[in-house]
Design a protein around this ligand. Structure first.
Ligand code: GDP
Ligand code: MG
Length: 163
């Protein structure tokens, strides 16, 4: 059986970088400017012997009349509805932010199956933030570096039983 994994989290944590790594093509835009990619983007992911569908979420910065919180809620709810599992990504270099906590609450209220990842965890700079991620109450954070391809083995071992 295959599954659909939605990558969720606030802008600039590295969702699109991870999406690109899983899909193996430059399908999603990655940029230093937060919120360059838009809306939901779907790709065919490969991780060792796993084949699954991955959804990248974006579009939180688009100028609308709605509040950031409102857009976060809508986008996350859409992603949850499309996906079997949500990979909730935080930035290990920044640590847990109030926006991360809002995402965690949305995911909890939607009863989503959540896997937590602390990205940008390469080197020592991610140690404190990865530890802080436990405070979200979503279980053990997987330490990832989407840019450098670190932690993909832990992601694989977490996803494998779900496939
Ligand atoms: P998104 O807004 O969550 O989709 O984030 P992006 O994938 O566009 O990445 C935002 C920025 O973080 C870019 O400058 C990326 O190069 C950078 N980035 C992504 N992953 C990593 C990582 O593992 N380590 C570091 N140091 N930077 C990263
Ligand atoms: Mg993006």
């Amino acid at each position: 059986m295959s599954f659909t994994l939605a990558i969720v989290g606030r802008p600039n944590v590295g969702k699109s970088t991870l999406f690109n790594r899983l899909v193996g093509k430059k399908l999603a835009l990655v940029d230093d400017q937060p919120g360059v990619t838009r809306d939901l983007r779907e790709g065919a992911a490969r991780l060792v012997d796993l084949r699954f569908t991955v959804i990248d979420t974006a579009g939180l910065e688009e100028a609308t009349d709605e509040s950031l919180q409102g857009r976060m809620r809508k986008l996350t709810e859409r992603a949850v509805e499309h996906a079997d599992i949500c990979l909730f990504v935080i930035d290990a270099r920044v640590g847990v932010t109030p926006t991360d906590e809002i995402f965690a609450d949305i995911l909890r209220k939607k009863n989503a199956h959540v896997i937590l990842a602390a990205n940008k965890a390469e080197g020592k700079a991610g140690d404190a933030g990865a530890l802080e991620a436990w405070s979200l109450g979503l279980g053990e954070p997987i330490r990832l570096s989407a840019e450098h391809g670190e932690g993909m083995d832990d992601l694989y071992l977490t996803l494998r039983p779900l496939a």
